[in-house]
Design a protein around this ligand. Sequence first.
Ligand code: HEM
Length: 219
Amino acid sequence: MPIQFGNWLDERFGWRQVRQAIFLRKIPKINWLYTLGSATLFTVLLQFLTGVMLTLYYVPTPDHAYDSVQYITNQVLAGWLIRGLHHWGASAMVVLTVLHMLRVIVFGAYKFPREATWFSGVALLLVVVAFGFTGYLLPWDQKAYWATAVGTRIVGVAPVVGDWMLRVVRGGEEITALTLARFFGVHVWVLPATLLLLLLVHVYLVIRLGISAVPRKEE
Ligand code: HEM
């Protein structure tokens, strides 16, 4: 019965062909460093899952943000675990993305025909960093506040448009409720949507072009 249902679905969606293209590809002899991209992908999924769970209790306003994070950590069932996974997952995502990029550089995997994969990767790296920057403010404690004060000041020293950019990022001259709302909105809507779109392109290109072989001396 399940096989028949599978056939029924396949005749309509063609999912077996899609599965074959994604999971049954021919790959050259490669090594463990080629798993860094998938490891990054795993942290992305972990961040999505734990991030959605955190939003069930987190409140993005100055009078409740700090308390809601304390509540998650100390009162909610396994809240400390979910928050801890999200906290350390964020660092893991940055470290793994950079290591994956270093693998691509060292092995020359950015060369023809994989330039577009590389460019989508650069955009992914920017999104990963932006996730870290916007997420850091959300606990609304002293560390978060002052780190954002410094980070946004850096934006402000850009020539000509610096002042304007500072006001856009902060939602005014100072770090206020507007800044927190802005960072939260970008962290949970703009960046995840952008990341998903870029990942679709990135992974599509990886599947379409096939994985590069380990470079050899004689080549
Ligand atoms: C969220 C971040 C990222 C994720 C989830 C991701 C995911 C992946 C995956 C799963 C692969 C398959 C092969 C492998 O694992 O090495 C891959 C390949 C690739 N990635 Fe990424 N990637 C990310 C960021 C980046 C960055 C920052 C760059 C470079 C700036 C980059 C450039 C590439 C290139 C050029 C390939 C093709 C490698 C080859 O064919 O050998 N990626 N990526």
